[in-house]
Design a protein around this ligand. Structure first.
Ligand SMILES: Cc1cc2nc3c(=O)[nH]c(=O)nc-3n(C[C@H](O)[C@H](O)[C@H](O)COP(=O)(O)OP(=O)(O)OC[C@H]3O[C@@H](n4cnc5c(N)ncnc54)[C@H](O)[C@@H]3O)c2cc1C
Length: 250
């Protein structure tokens, strides 16, 4: 199938690219994407998405088995409806479960890795190692088994909603960079006076400096140049190397 990444990706940047659809859980050389909510894609080859059959939530009594194509928001809704704990933070996270596990997505100390029992990677159930916004998973995730605990918390839901208050609206891929140890990437970029700085149709948000906003039909080059500029300026000013959280496919 053809995906137009200027419509599909959350940052609304990219071209029309032929993408395969994986129908079976097995090893392959494709580069698998989810909802492209943490990606900046130019002219990549060999891309694939999962078939719709991998969008499911199965209650296995002691745990949940969730297909990797399931949207984070759908798992949040399921948890709320069935009074299950720990997935309140998914109400605020775009993406599918495969991407979430691969990136160890989360908010503050609430990370998906905390609730993972096992993953189906390339057709084999196994464990994985996780750190801040990172995993050692190299294969394709087809499903995940998650801890099932009581009870859903409306207080936590409110907490996550409030955490989003300083997040800018507009097309973005979430945070540009991971936070370096003891610093916030947004603070460092802000100190380089880059808030509001534009290249073409891409700008650093005035509201939060670790967000790149596509405000006017930005190209891949606009966004990429802006990311490189942030890295250069922060390194020059603070000798700190910013590591992108966004996955960039040139
Ligand atoms: C407005 C906004 C706010 C955000 N806020 C946060 C936040 O607070 N915290 C946070 O952690 N993230 C945040 N993100 C980033 C994003 O929500 C997460 O990284 C999410 O996990 C990405 O899921 P996805 O399906 O879109 O993955 P994609 O962006 O499509 O892919 C991301 C990576 O995962 C890999 N991948 C995708 N699916 C699979 C699979 N099935 N098997 C193996 N690898 C796979 C891809 O190859 C790629 O390397 C935000 C994004 C946006 C747009």
């Amino acid at each position: 199938m053809i995906i137009d990444f200027s419509k599909y990706s959350s940052v609304k940047i990219g071209n029309k690219i032929e993408v395969a659809v994986l129908k079976e859980a097995c090893k392959s050389d494709y580069y698998l994407i989810g909802l492209a909510s943490n990606m900046l894609i130019n002219n990549a080859n060999n891309l694939a998405i999962l078939d719709d059959k991998f969008a499911y939530i199965k209650d296995c009594k002691d745990y949940l088995e969730v297909g990797a194509k399931t949207k984070a928001y759908d798992l949040y809704k399921y948890a709320k409806k069935n009074n299950i704990a720990n997935f309140e933070f998914l109400s605020s996270l775009p993406g599918q479960m495969g991407g979430l596990c691969k990136m160890n997505a989360g908010m503050k100390e609430f990370e998906i890795a905390n609730y993972i029992l096992e993953l189906n990677i390339d057709g084999v159930w196994q464990g994985a190692n996780f750190s801040y916004r990172c995993s050692d998973i190299t294969g394709h995730i087809f499903a995940v088994k998650l801890k099932k605990e009581n009870s859903f918390s409306l207080e936590k839901l409110e907490l996550f909603k409030n955490m989003r208050a300083n997040q800018p609206s507009g097309a973005s891929f979430g945070s540009i960079f991971k936070n370096p140890q003891n610093y916030s990437a947004g603070y460092l970029i802000d100190k380089c006076n880059l808030k509001g700085f534009c290249i073409g149709g891409a700008k650093i948000s005035e509201k939060h400096a670790n967000f790149l906003i596509n405000f006017n039909k930005a190209s891949f080059d606009d966004a990429y140049s802006l990311i490189e500029l942030c890295k250069e300026k922060v390194f020059k000013e603070f000798s700190i190397e910013l590591i992108p959280e966004v996955v960039i496919l040139k």
